[in-house]
Write a protein that binds this ligand. Structure first.
Ligand code: PMP
Length: 426
């Protein structure tokens, strides 16, 4: 028995399912989770000493690769000054200034500790601002695990095939209305039914928790128009796309300004961080300046701020960072699609910027129902083949591949050869 297997068996005793987040379990792909011992650049090494080219990147934040030396140096320096003060610090001011200067729609921002918290708080702000209760989300979009958002969610909820979670009272989700991604008519229909009651529409501007699903032309613009007409707030959940698709996220990439934005892990450079921000007239309502209560002992933690600040500055200051990363990723995913075609398979590669995925289905995937037509058994076989050959993918059909700037053309070409090897034998 390998070390990962032994650790997993032990973990099963005292950790539910042996993991601290369901997406880490390899159950749906018939494998044992690899317990990771360390990571550097584009690679992770497990407890058995196996090294993998990492296409998960801690689910997004490691866009510069693991343990970037400059990020690490700043983290160590911050650690020496103190791990937590529970008081205001200069780094938080710098972080807020930096985010506001990079993302035009954000005039004020509040730091939290996770994407879940960011979304939960942004929704509270939207409800406080509009005095309305109802929220529209899209089937297959994941917005963290707060009660109100566990309705037709993607990611681990989708893999497990649990439409909702046990333990969530119906009262918590009665104001969460679900529309169809890429279908403006489904949004209009809800607005018609609940005129004057919708506080906000929350959307992943590129859906990345049902696999990767791109917004059709006009979809995000349509949401912007409808929200403005109806006096509802548009919330972009940029936990995945923020500082990834472009420096100013999906909103910069597509040129659309939401009223509120949620960010996550990427602004912590790998430390536990989230944030929400947007229009000043909305954000001013947050306590202590307003009546919408939201708080956090570890929010704006100095070590997390040090990591995030360095990462964001590197992203901002590295010349052509996004042009290069996105160009490299486009080439990689286009080559994957060509290899699929050459192998005579009907499967789909969806991709944008440094995010992508393969769907084992013969139809284009533009929403949740179409994503679910993917053959997840095939995905399991693909996953097993790739990990045996040193390629670490998210262990679920309904997640993204994340490319990092640490990956070289050569490593990507090598990955493609491994993928072709998979196609040959499947
Ligand atoms: N929103 C989106 C779009 C996400 O992808 C995630 C998690 N990947 C979250 C919210 C929740 O973030 P966290 O896991 O940090 O709570």
């Amino acid at each position: 028995m390998g070390r990962s297997e032994a650790l997993f068996a032990e973990a099963m005793e005292h950790i539910p399912g042996g993991v601290n987040s369901p997406v880490r379990a390899f159950g749906s792909v018939g494998e044992t989770p690899r317990f990771i011992a360390s990571a550097k650049g584009a690679y992770m090494t497990d407890a058995d000493g196996q090294t993998y080219l990492d296409f998960v990147g801690s689910w997004g934040p490691m866009i510069l690769g693991h343990n970037h030396p400059e990020v690490l140096a700043d983290v160590l320096e911050a650690c020496r000054e103190g791990l937590s003060f529970g008081a205001a610090t200069e780094r938080e001011v710098e972080m807020a200034d930096l985010i506001c200067s990079i993302v035009p729609s954000i005039e004020m921002v509040r730091m939290v500790n996770s994407g879940t918290e960011a979304v939960m708080s942004a929704i509270r702000a939207a409800r406080g601002f509009t005095g309305r209760n109802k929220i529209i989300k899209f089937a297959g979009c994941y917005h963290g695990h707060s009660d109100a958002m566990l309705v037709k969610a993607g990611s681990g909820v989708m893999t497990a095939g649990i439409p909702d979670s046990a333990g969530v009272p119906a009262g918590c989700t009665q104001d969460t209305l679900t529309a169809v991604y890429n279908d403006l008519d489904s949004v209009e229909a809800i607005f018609d039914q609940f005129r004057g009651e919708i506080a906000a529409v929350i959307v992943e501007p590129v859906a990345a928790n049902m696999g990767v699903v791109l917004p059709k032309e006009g979809f995000l613009e349509g949401l912007r128009r409808i929200c403005t007409e109806q006096g509802s707030l548009l919330i972009f959940d940029e936990v995945i796309t923020g500082f990834r698709l472009s420096l100013s996220g999906a909103q910069g990439y597509f040129g659309i300004e939401p009223d509120l934005t949620t960010f996550g892990k990427i602004i912590g450079g790998g430390m536990p961080v989230g944030a929400y921000g947007g229009r000043k007239d909305v954000m001013k309502l947050i306590a202590p300046s307003g009546p919408v209560y939201q708080a956090g002992t570890l929010s704006g933690n100095p070590v997390a701020m040090a990591a995030g600040l360095r990462q964001l500055k590197l992203l901002r200051e590295t010349p052509d960072f996004y042009e290069k990363l996105n160009h490299k990723a486009d080439g990689f995913f286009e080559n994957m699609q060509e290899a699929v075609k050459a192998a005579g398979k009907p499967w789909q590669i969806n991709h944008i910027g440094s995010l992508g995925c393969i769907f084992f289905t013969d139809r284009p995937v533009t929403n949740y129902a179409e994503a679910k037509t993917s053959d997840t058994k095939k995905f399991g076989e693909y996953f097993s083949y790739m990990i045996k050959n040193g390629i670490y993918l998210a262990p679920s059909q309904f997640e993204a591949m994340f490319l990092s700037a640490a990956m070289t053309e050569e490593e990507l070409a090598n990955t493609l050869e491994i993928f072709k090897g998979y196609l040959k034998q499947c």
